[in-house]
Write a protein that binds this ligand. Structure first.
Ligand code: PMP
Length: 386
């Protein structure tokens, strides 16, 4: 029997592009420490600078704004640490605004900062997961140091009006950060157009290597390193350069810049095929998140009277890989906090499945899911005592 392997968990991570694999392999031969002045060092440094330029082109930023990090978690932590330090030093602007649906690398950082006495407000979202703009306006004030709002949500795909929020935040003199990790390569992302002061990203979400990402910081925005030590990244992030991974990120950035428009179209088509197909075949289904402002490859669906983890495991037995909520929050069997924050009923939140498409998915994959999913939901609903 043919063994299926259909990967629909591209928001958790993507498979590296073959050109990225080849480039990383080559770059592993660049053994010199990129901070060394001799030839081997300079060769590595040159490769790193080429990647910096490729990433800057992808997100419409200046190469000098880029600080390579181990990923978006570190980038997010760095931003919040900058403002924690300023507040600790007595800045009059001593309040931070974020939202209830951010990635755990922000939610948990905020929890920690609150324990240390920082003032952080979490702006609520509406039933589609969009930031409540009235609430945001009410929260803004001249005591706000930083506003941090993600661009595309990892669970529901909902895209926030970050440009609009940035304008409002700048009017009261606050700096703005966006976690653009899920948006890169799927929708056009221009840091200059968004107007944000800080932007986080991770290469493995757009077919690059894991463990490498960037914090992009405008020149005039405040900065403080999270990792102290050597003078790498102009003193902004210490530690010997991860040359091979940075090269991989650069190649992934070039591919993302080239392919983003066609990828966006393809991902949306597959997502819509699956959404329509599910609604046709399975009764009593709720599609979560905002359907207009949505990342192209993300489809989050709740199946009442069927438990998310059970659906995931049954799909896995058929060779279909999906997730319940986000990979970072899974393993806890807790319902999705993102859905709960959007006012989704707790039972629906427990029964949610995230399908996230990527460049290697096909229409045949969708057809296979549409064949296997309905009997699984039927069986689980029959087993349910309700
Ligand atoms: N932000 C968002 C929106 C994400 O989806 C992720 C990855 N799940 C991260 C931050 C963290 O990225 P990393 O694990 O690569 O640090």
């Amino acid at each position: 029997m043919e063994q299926h392997s259909i990967y629909l968990d591209n928001n958790a991570t993507t498979a590296m592009h073959e050109d990225v694999i080849a480039a990383v392999h080559q770059a592993n031969m660049l053994y010199g420490n990129a901070s060394s002045m001799h030839m081997a060092g300079r060769q590595a440094a040159l490769a790193i600078e080429e990647s910096r330029e490729a990433l800057a082109s992808l997100i419409d930023a200046e190469p000098s704004w880029i600080v390579f990090t181990s990923g978006a978690s570190e980038a997010n932590n760095t931003v919040f640490n900058i403002f924690k330090e300023r507040i600790d030093l007595g800045s009059k602007r001593n309040r931070i605004i974020t939202t209830t649906i951010e990635h755990p690398s922000i939610i948990e950082t905020v929890k920690y900062m609150k324990q240390l006495g920082c003032k952080v407000d979490e702006c609520p979202v509406d039933s589609t997961g969009l930031v409540d703009m009235e609430a945001m306006k009410n929260l803004l004030g001249d005591d706000v140091a930083l506003v941090s709002v993600m661009l595309g949500n990892n669970e529901t795909g909902t895209i926030q009006p970050v440009g609009e929020i940035t304008e409002l935040a700048h009017q009261v003199g606050a700096y703005v950060h966006t976690d653009a990790t899920q948006a890169i390569g799927k929708i056009p992302v221009s840091m200059k157009e968004l107007g944000v002061d800080y932007l986080s990203l991770s290469a493995h979400k757009f077919y690059g290597p894991k463990g490498i990402g960037a914090l992009v910081v405008k020149t005039k925005a405040p900065y403080a390193p999270l990792v102290h030590g050597g003078h790498q990244e102009g003193g902004k992030r210490a530690g010997t350069y991860n040359t091979a991974s940075i090269v991989g990120l650069g190649v992934a950035a070039k591919i993302a810049l080239r392919d983003q428009p066609s990828e966006c179209e393809k991902l949306w088509k597959l997502r819509e095929m699956l959404r329509v197909g599910i609604l046709e075949r399975i009764s009593n289904v709720v599609v979560n998140g905002n359907q207009e402002h949505c990342l192209p490859g993300t489809l989050d669906v709740s199946f009442p009277h069927a438990e998310g983890e059970s659906i995931l495991l049954y799909l896995d037995m058929e060779g279909i890989m999906v997730s319940t909520g986000s990979a970072c929050a899974s393993g806890s069997l807790e319902p999705s906090y993102v859905l709960l924050a959007s006012g989704v009923d707790i039972e629906l939140a427990h029964g949610s499945i995230r399908f996230s498409f990527g460049r290697y998915n096909t229409e045949e994959d969708v057809a296979y899911v549409l064949e296997k999913l309905p009997p699984i939901i039927k069986r689980l609903r029959e087993m349910s005592t309700r």
